[in-house]
Design a protein around this ligand. Structure first.
Ligand code: ADP
Ligand code: ZN
Length: 731
C-alpha cells in the first residue's frame, strides 16, 4: 500500500538532487518501492546522480517521459526533521536546495554497499614452531579479546612484519575474516566519575541537565572567563544527553586544536568521540556519517559542517567559543553555524549551549531579551585568577624602526625567563611582513588577481595573497622598475616577530605558532601539546593560540599591536578586538602562577582598550549595544550583503546599478539599499566585485523581499550574485 510515507513501484515521487536544478524532479518509484527520505540514484540526462525522495511527485510533467528511480541506496533515509532543517536553512540563507543538500551528503561512497575489510582473529591450531615474533602476535590478540585487527594494525601492534601474520594464517593459528569497514563507535559511559564541581559549576550543570532531560528546545548562554570550567560544565550536559539516549554534538571553531580536548572527553566518558573535520580521512568521514545515522555514534566533536550530519536522535548541540568568526562560512553556502545550530535544535527538540568568555553581541542581546537563558561562571577554577592587565604606551617607548618588542615588554619577558615561566607574544598577522616595498621606485608588490598586497612568507620562501591564496616565489628584482636587491619587508608578521625574539633572547627556546609552518593539523596539535608541557620558553603566535588552549606555566602575554583590530570600518571591529584581547589575556596564569597581560598600544585612551584594561565587560557590551541600536544595525536591525562579481567590471557595475534602481520590493518592506560600491577587496581571482548593502528593521520580512528583488536581474554570462544574510565581514 502507498502512504504519505511510502511509495509503491511506479508511484510518482519528487526527488531532490544535489545538481543545480532549482527544484525537485518527478520520477517513478523503483521496483520494491521507496520511502520518503530515501537516498536514491536517479537518471539525469545521460548521468546518474544522487538524490533524496522529497515527497509525492507533482505530476506536472509528461507522464510518458518520466523515468524510474534507478535504485535505493543502502543508507538510513533522511529524517523528516533533517528535510525541514535543510528547507528552512535554505530559505533563511536564500540558498538553492541542491546546494543545501550537498552539505548534508558530504561523505564519500554513500551509495556503495557496506565495504568489507580483512581482519584477523585467533584460530584453532597452535603454530608448529613458536618464535618471539609469533608469540607477540598471539599475545596481542589474546590481550584484546574480542577485537579484531587488520593486517597492518596487527603487525604494527605486535611489532612484526606482515609476513609473520600471514605465516600464522597458513598454519591456521590465525583466521582471516571479512568484516564491515564501518564499525560502530565505542559506547561512551556517562556514569564514569566526573570532577567534583564547584558551587556555581554545579548549579549550571544542574540547569543544563534539566534542560536536556526536558526533551525540549532551549538555548543557554554559558558565560565564564577562560578557565572557569565551561567545558567541565557542558560535558555534564553531554552526559545528560547520553543518559537519555540522545546524541550530542560539540562544535569547535578550530578543529586543528582539539587534541587536549579529545583527551578530556575520552577521560570523562571512557571512549573517543567521533572527530569530524576537513582533515578526517574519507574512510573516517564515511564511517561517521553512517554510524551517526544508525545511532551508533553518540558524540561528535566537529567543525561547523558537522551540523549537517544525519543524526538519528540529536539531543544537544554545544557551540564552544560561540563568538568565533570562523563559524560563519564565507564561501559557497553562506551560513553561520551558530545560528543554524539554534535552528536545527528548535526543529528536533534539542538543547543548545553557547559557551564563551566573550559572547557575540547577538548572543548577549538574545540573553538580555530573555530569548536565551544565561548562566554565568563567575570565577576561575581553583587558585588561578584573572590576569592583571596593563597598557604599554608606545608613544613613550622610543622604539627603533623595524622593531616591535618595546623595552618595557622585553624587561617583563626577562623576568619570566629568570623564573622559568612561559611568556607569549601575540600578533594577529600571518607571514613575515605584510608589505613588500621596492626602495628604488616605491612599488608595493600586489596580487595579480586581487586588489590585495602580497604577504611575504619567509618560511615558505614565497609571496602569498591572503585573499585568494595565490602565491609566487619572492622575486629578485622589483616587478615594476627591475632594480635588483631593493625589495624590503615593511611591518611585522608572526615570522618576523619570531626573528626579532630570537635576536633579543638567543638562549631562549622560542616556538613560533603559525598555521603555515606545520605540514598538517596533526603536526600543529603535537607542537601545541609539547608547548603546554613546557617545551618552549617563549611562544609566538597568531590568533591560532587565542583559542582555548591550556598553557599552565604561561604567566605573561604581550600583545604586540593591540590597535590592529580597531582600524577599518567593520561593524564588528570593536567587538572583535575586545574579544580577541580578552581571549589572549586569558592564556596567562591558568594554573597557580598569576598572569599578566600587557597591551602595546598607541591609543591607550581608546574606549575599547580602556574597557579591556578595566575588565568591564558588561559596560563594554552595554555601550556597544546602545550604539548599534542607535544606528539600527545588527542585532537591532537586519542586514544583508549582495556581492556581484564577474570578469568585466562594467557589466558588474551595470547589474549593480540596475538592482539599486529597481528597489521596489525592498522599499515595500521599508528596507534601504546602499551601493553599488566596489567591495573592500574589489578583485578576487580575477573577478571584479561590487557590493550592495541592504538594511532593514528587525521584524521586516527580509528574505522574501530580497528574493523578489534579485530575481529581477538576469545574470548574463559569467556574472554571479551571492546573497549574504547577516554578513560578518564586509568583503
Ligand atoms: P573553560 O572551558 O571555561 O576554559 P575548563 O573547563 O577548561 O574551563 O577548566 C579549566 C581547567 O580547570 C581545566 O583544566 C579543568 O579540568 C579544570 N577544572 C575546572 N573545573 C574543575 C573542577 N570542578 N574540578 C577539577 N578541575 C576543574
Ligand atoms: Zn590574490
Amino acid at each position: 500500500m502507498s502512504s504519505p510515507e511510502f511509495f509503491n513501484h511506479g508511484d510518482l515521487v519528487a526527488v531532490m538532487s544535489t545538481q543545480p536544478l532549482g527544484r525537485a524532479l518527478d520520477y517513478k518509484a523503483p521496483e520494491g518501492g521507496c520511502r520518503i527520505g530515501a537516498f536514491v540514484e536517479v537518471p539525469l540526462g545521460p548521468r546518474k546522480v544522487l538524490g533524496v525522495v522529497w515527497g509525492p511527485g507533482k505530476g506536472d510533467y509528461d507522464l510518458a517521459k518520466i523515468r524510474h528511480v534507478i535504485r535505493v541506496l543502502d543508507a538510513a533515509p533522511m529524517r523528516d526533521e533533517m528535510r525541514s532543517f535543510l528547507e528552512r536553512a535554505a530559505a533563511y540563507t536564500l540558498t538553492p536546495m541542491p546546494a543545501m543538500l550537498r552539505l548534508a551528503t558530504r561523505a564519500p561512497g554513500l551509495g556503495d554497499p557496506p565495504s568489507m575489510r580483512k581482519v584477523y582473529r585467533r584460530g584453532m591450531a597452535e603454530p608448529n614452531k613458536m618464535t618471539d615474533a609469533r608469540r607477540r602476535v598471539l599475545e596481542t590478540l589474546d590481550e584484546y579479546g574480542d577485537l579484531s585487527f587488520t593486517l597492518k594494525e596487527l603487525a604494527e601492534m605486535a611489532g612484526v612484519t606482515a609476513s609473520v601474520v600471514k605465516g600464522l594464517v597458513a598454519q591456521e593459528a590465525l583466521r582471516e575474516e571479512e568484516s564491515p569497514r564501518d564499525v560502530p563507535f565505542l559506547r561512551m559511559d556517562p556514569e564514569l566519575p566526573s570532577k567534583a564541581l564547584t558551587e556555581d559549576q554545579a548549579a549550571a550543570a544542574a540547569a543544563m541537565d534539566e534542560g536536556v532531560r526536558s526533551g525540549k528546545y532551549g538555548t543557554t548562554l554559558l558565560r565564564g572567563v577562560t578557565g572557569s570550567g565551561k567545558t567541565e560544565v557542558y560535558l555534564e550536559a553531554v552526559a545528560a544527553a547520553l543518559r537519555t539516549g540522545r546524541q550530542a554534538l560539540v562544535l569547535l571553531p578550530e578543529i586543528a586544536l582539539t587534541e587536549q580536548f579529545l583527551e578530556r572527553v575520552q577521560e570523562r566518558f571512557g571512549a573517543k568521540p567521533a572527530e569530524w573535520h576537513s582533515g578526517a580521512t574519507m574512510t573516517e568521514r564515511r564511517r561517521i556519517w553512517r554510524m551517526v545515522g544508525h545511532g551508533q555514534c553518540q558524540v561528535v566533536i566537529g567543525a561547523r559542517s558537522a551540523l549537517f550530519l544525519p543524526y538519528q536522535n540529536l539531543g544537544l548541540i554545544v557551540v564552544d567559543e560561540e563568538h568565533d568568526s570562523s563559524y560563519k562560512q564565507e564561501e559557497g553556502v553562506l551560513y553561520n553555524a551558530r545560528d543554524m545550530a539554534v535552528l536545527r535544535a528548535a526543529i528536533c527538540g534539542a538543547q543548545v549551549v553557547l559557551a564563551s568568555a566573550t559572547p557575540s553581541l547577538e548572543t548577549w542581546a538574545n540573553a538580555e531579551a530573555g530569548k536565551y537563558r544565561r548562566l554565568d561562571l563567575t570565577s576561575r577554577f581553583g587558585p588561578a585568577v584573572m590576569p592583571e592587565m596593563g597598557a604599554i604606551d608606545m608613544r613613550a617607548e622610543g622604539l627603533k624602526s623595524d622593531r616591535w618588542v618595546s623595552p618595557t615588554l622585553q624587561a617583563e619577558v626577562n623576568k619570566r625567563l629568570e623564573r622559568g615561566e612561559q611568556a607569549m607574544l601575540f600578533i594577529n598577522r600571518r607571514g613575515y611582513a605584510p608589505i613588500t616595498l621596492c626602495r628604488a621606485c616605491g612599488h608595493q608588490i600586489g596580487c595579480d588577481d586581487c586588489d590585495a598586497r602580497m604577504v611575504e612568507h619567509r618560511f615558505l620562501k614565497r609571496l602569498v595573497c591572503h585573499q585568494c591564496g595565490e602565491s609566487k616565489p619572492m622575486p629578485e628584482a622589483c616587478p615594476n622598475c627591475e632594480a635588483v636587491g631593493k625589495l624590503a619587508p615593511v611591518g611585522p608578521g608572526v615570522e618576523r616577530l619570531g626573528e626579532e625574539a630570537a635576536a633579543i633572547w638567543p638562549d631562549a627556546r622560542i616556538a613560533t605558532l603559525s598555521s603555515d609552518m606545520y605540514g598538517s593539523a596533526r603536526a600543529l596539535k603535537a607542537e601545541i601539546a609539547g608547548i603546554a608541557e613546557g617545551a618552549a620558553d617563549i611562544v609566538i603566535g597568531t590568533q591560532l593560540v587565542a583559542k582555548g588552549h591550556n598553557f599552565p606555566n604561561l604567566t605573561l602575554v604581550g600583545v604586540i599591536d593591540a590597535d590592529l583590530g580597531l582600524q577599518g570600518s567593520d561593524l564588528r571591529a570593536a567587538e572583535r578586538t575586545f574579544q580577541l584581547m580578552r581571549q589572549v589575556a586569558g592564556r596567562a596564569g591558568r594554573a597557580e602562577a598569576p598572569g599578566t597581560a600587557l597591551l602595546q598600544t598607541y591609543q591607550p585612551e581608546h574606549p575599547v582598550i580602556r574597557a579591556i584594561l578595566a575588565g568591564d565587560e558588561e559596560g563594554f557590551w552595554r555601550a556597544e549595544a546602545a550604539e548599534r541600536k542607535q544606528a539600527g544595525v545588527p542585532p537591532y536591525g537586519r542586514m544583508a550583503g549582495i556581492i556581484l562579481s564577474g570578469p568585466d567590471v562594467a557589466a558588474v557595475f551595470e547589474a549593480g546599478n540596475l538592482l539599486a534602481r529597481q528597489d521596489g520590493p525592498l522599499r515595500r518592506i521599508g528596507a534601504q539599499v546602499f551601493g553599488p560600491a566596489p567591495a573592500p577587496i574589489a578583485r578576487v581571482r580575477g573577478r571584479h566585485r561590487v557590493r550592495l548593502l541592504v538594511k532593514a528593521e528587525k521584524t521586516a520580512p527580509l528574505q522574501d523581499a530580497l528574493a523578489q528583488w534579485v530575481a529581477q536581474v538576469r545574470l548574463k554570462g559569467e556574472l554571479r550574485l551571492a546573497v549574504d544574510i547577516d554578513p560578518q565581514s564586509f568583503y
